[in-house]
Design a protein. Structure first.
Length: 784
DNA sequence: GTGGGATCGGTTTTT
DNA sequence: CCGATCCCAC
């Protein structure tokens, strides 16, 4: 057993006598931080929890804390700082570097996934994985699931890849391995009840296939890290003693597996500092467990808790609105966010007739604000619930020649040409990477189509050999001469790339691969607009590989290949990136993004758009009170991004799959006191809404009709989902007279279904009979 | 094995 | 509306 040499070994864990680092500058904490922040920074030993409201200087505390620790002589190598996004990690590293210089480089800092991947590369042989394991992204995983479902002859309408993937993912997040899963009576019974009895078997096959391909999916990086630590005491010992100080950002977003790993790692020294805000927990859908932060004090009774409640970001009006929303939630740690900033402007409510109208109004307001307040484009952000909503804003901004940048959506690394090229790189490093292999074996065309691949898969399954084996030895199997030659050429080519790995660095090899596979040529020959942009994207990727090579090559070894700048190193770094990371900080653009990706950012003026029932809150995540509360936290996060102006908007009509649909203003609008809001922009005049109709003869008729936007902020409260618990069926019954926000007075005729799925058939005086899903309904019972 | 036309289905957030 | 998939003709 090799325990890594620990340079801080001579120190006891709380000795701060001998500073190891040269003090570049002395940090004056009193000058830089408020009292509570300074306390949190200086409390280094033992468990610490910092509850940090929005705009309260959370990142500031974290960075100063690390800088302070290093100045106190703690070895940077023994500090582990975990974040959730690459952006947060990069920003923190930057800021610490500014504070203390190059010592910052030695802190282990990164996302959970990237830090664990780095450790797994070193240790994963213990689990039987090769150290050059591939990382499957969501698309790869879903493709694999789709293929397994097909191979097993199951109905792909029942076993939809999304459902299967999510089920497996949440199992992994709860540290349930495929073996555990199949032995767990509750889970299998649940699957039986959902008419998906084969899920356990699918999970087993999926795990097996990943293992054979030498690949891990995102969740495996976490689960395998846990398995590694819990099954190998020597490895656990090594990292427990390596990471004497552990810090976790956005702790409210940790899932069960991450929680346990942290618990294991900090078990010896108990120097664990978590920073977060339960009110900003918005990742339950990927397993985040808000209880982790709510229960932190129970897990670590000696914890020192600091609450950062002063907001330095937003005006009083914005803080007030945010508080109004979040206090509707029952599940939270008690705290009160306040600010010393000025009152600022009232929150504006924008009413639009349609989504296009919404886009137009927002663009108009941006123009106006730029002129009136001398705002720059960088000061604006448009935040929405779903990526699909960006369209109308893009169109409107483009029409007005306002530069904008969209974050998220189809990320750079998701594009077909990039995925194809990356597949070649992955296949070069790991020949067993099945997803990569299937992606490129017939691209560019080399005469190995589906028929041949099906045959090869069959052979592989029958002989029990990996697909790569079959492909690289086609002569051994019954294949036509033509296919055998093509396969042989392909395998030889990939092998030649592999042998070049020690001779060429990442960029040179990638360039060689692009040429040898004829991918460059293929894309270059496509002269269409999309083809051109595909070619440019590939060039962009190569540029970034070039950049990687340059930053990771040691100067004296220029031109040499090392473990730092070869293809394997590049892939390791890049497979966990979801965006180019190359956002031009200098470019003056309006930012468009989902609320989820806006966490941690701030803008002078924020538009929170698309506030319509079933869209925000989303109808797909409204099955319990907890779900509604998470949507509410999402709205809270959105509002607290704003510094000076906050504008919320909704449209009464929205295009969905090409059809114009009616939308109700969101209940969140009703949750803001009307006195704290003022109508703004867009006016309430009639607007033309374009629509179209396709005749049975496939003729399309476009016409526009006039539409007057409906006023929001009705007085009817949305019915709380808690009322629909099966054990509390009262509240609404057939025979009752009710008032509906939109349809007016009516009689409930009958109610069907249970829980949140309850539907009421109501006869309305003006609008006739309607069926209404009660969990969304804004209804009031009429007395008498 | 390839390419074009018809048909069907899906509606969320991310490492 | 958009992408995946199926079917059919070459």
């Amino acid at each position: 057993m090799v325990v890594e040499k620990d340079s801080a070994q001579n120190q006891t864990s709380n000795s701060k006598i001998v500073p190891l680092s040269i003090q570049m500058q002395t940090i004056n904490l009193q000058e830089e931080l408020n009292e509570i922040q300074a306390q949190a920074v200086q409390h280094i030993d033992g468990p610490v929890m910092v509850i940090a409201g929005p705009g309260s200087g959370k990142t500031r505390v974290l960075t100063f804390r690390i800088a302070y620790m290093i100045e106190q002589g703690i070895d940077a190598f023994s500090i582990l700082a975990l974040t959730f996004t690459n952006k947060a990690a990069a920003e923190m590293r930057n800021r610490i570097q500014n504070l203390i210089g190059n010592d910052a480089r030695n802190v282990w800092m990164g996302t959970f996934h990237s830090v664990f991947a780095r450790i797994l590369r070193i240790e994963c042989q213990r689990l039987g994985y090769p150290s050059n394991f591939s990382i499957y992204d969501t698309t790869d995983s879903k493709n694999l699931i789709k293929r397994i479902v097909k191979e097993e002859g199951l109905n792909d309408k029942i076993y939809k890849p999304n459902i299967v993937y999510n089920r497996i993912s949440s199992a992994k997040n709860s540290l349930i391995t495929s073996v555990d899963y199949n032995q767990d009576f509750n889970l299998t019974a649940e699957d039986e009840a959902n008419r998906r009895p084969k899920l356990g078997a699918l999970y087993r096959t999926y795990t097996k296939r990943l293992f054979e391909a030498g690949a891990m999916d995102f969740d495996d990086l976490i689960m395998n890290m846990y398995l590694l630590l819990s099954q190998h005491p020597d490895v656990l010992y090594k990292y427990q003693h390596k990471f004497k100080y552990i810090m976790v950002d956005e702790y409210q977003d940790t899932n069960y597996a991450q929680y346990l790993i942290i618990k294991l790692l900090c078990d010896v020294f108990q120097n664990i500092a978590v920073v977060g805000d339960d009110a900003q927990s918005i990742y339950a859908f990927r397993g985040a467990n808000i209880q982790n932060i709510l229960n932190f004090e129970k897990d670590y009774p000696e914890v020192a808790t600091f609450k950062l409640e002063q907001n330095y970001r937003s005006t009083k009006n914005i803080v007030k609105i945010a508080n109004q929303i979040i206090t509707k939630n029952k599940l939270q740690l008690p705290k009160e966010i306040w600010t010393d900033n000025s009152d600022g402007n009232k929150v504006k409510l924008i009413r639009a007739a349609s989504d296009n109208d919404e886009g137009r109004i927002v663009a108009d307001i941006i123009q106006e604000m730029k002129l009136r307040n001398h705002y720059k484009n960088n000061d604006f952000a448009i935040l929405y619930r779903t990526n699909a909503q960006s369209r109308s804003f893009e169109e409107a901004l483009r029409r007005q020649n306002i530069p904008y940048k969209i974050y998220g959506g189809l990320s750079f690394y998701q594009r077909k040409e990039i995925k194809d090229f990356m597949a070649y790189l992955r296949l070069t490093v790991n020949h067993n990477d099945e997803e990569a292999l299937r992606r490129v074996i017939n691209y560019p065309r080399r005469g190995i189509g589906d028929t041949s691949m099906n045959k090869i898969t069959l052979i592989a399954n029958e002989t029990g050999r990996p697909i790569w084996e079959v492909i690289s030895n086609p002569a051994l199997y019954k294949l036509t001469a033509r296919v055998a030659t093509a396969l042989d050429a392909f395998a030889t080519m990939i092998k030649s790339f592999r042998s070049l790995m020690t001779k060429k660095d990442a960029y040179d090899l990638a360039h060689h691969i692009g040429k040898a596979t004829k991918m460059f040529k293929e894309l270059h020959n496509d002269k269409s607009v999309e083809g051109l942009s595909r070619y440019e994207n590939l060039q962009e990727l190569l540029n970034s590989i070039n950049e990687f090579r340059d930053t990771n090559s040691e100067e004296k070894l220029a031109g040499e290949v090392s473990d730092q700048n070869n293809l394997g190193a590049y892939l390791q770094q890049v497979s966990l990136l979801t965006d180019t990371g190359k956002d031009d900080e200098n470019a003056d653009t309006i930012k468009l993004m989902t609320i989820h990706s806006a966490k941690g950012l701030e803008f002078k003026l924020v538009f929170v758009v698309g506030l319509e029932e079933n869209l925000f809150p989303s109808m797909l995540s409204m099955n319990s009170r907890e779900d509604l509360e998470e949507e509410r936290r999402l709205f809270y996060v959105a509002c607290t991004r704003a510094e000076e102006h906050l504008m919320v908007s909704y449209a009464n009509m929205r295009y969905r799959y090409g059809n114009l649909q009616y939308c109700e203003p969101s209940r969140f609008i009703d949750e803001i006191s009307p006195f704290d809001m003022e109508a703004y922009g867009g006016s309430t005049q009639k607007t033309n809404v374009k629509t179209s109709w396709e005749s049975p003869m496939k003729q399309r008729f476009n016409f526009s009709k006039q539409f007057k936007p409906k006023q929001a902020a009705g007085n009817l409260p949305a019915i709380d989902i808690t009322d629909f618990k099966p054990d509390n069926p009262a509240t609404l019954e057939a025979g009752m007279k009710v008032v509906h926000q939109r349809f007016g007075k009516g009689n409930i005729q009958h109610i069907e279904g249970e829980g949140p799925a309850r539907m009421a058939t109501i006869q309305f005086n003006q609008f006739g009979q309607k069926r209404i899903l009660l969990k969304y309904a804004k209804l009031q019972i009429m007395q008498g």
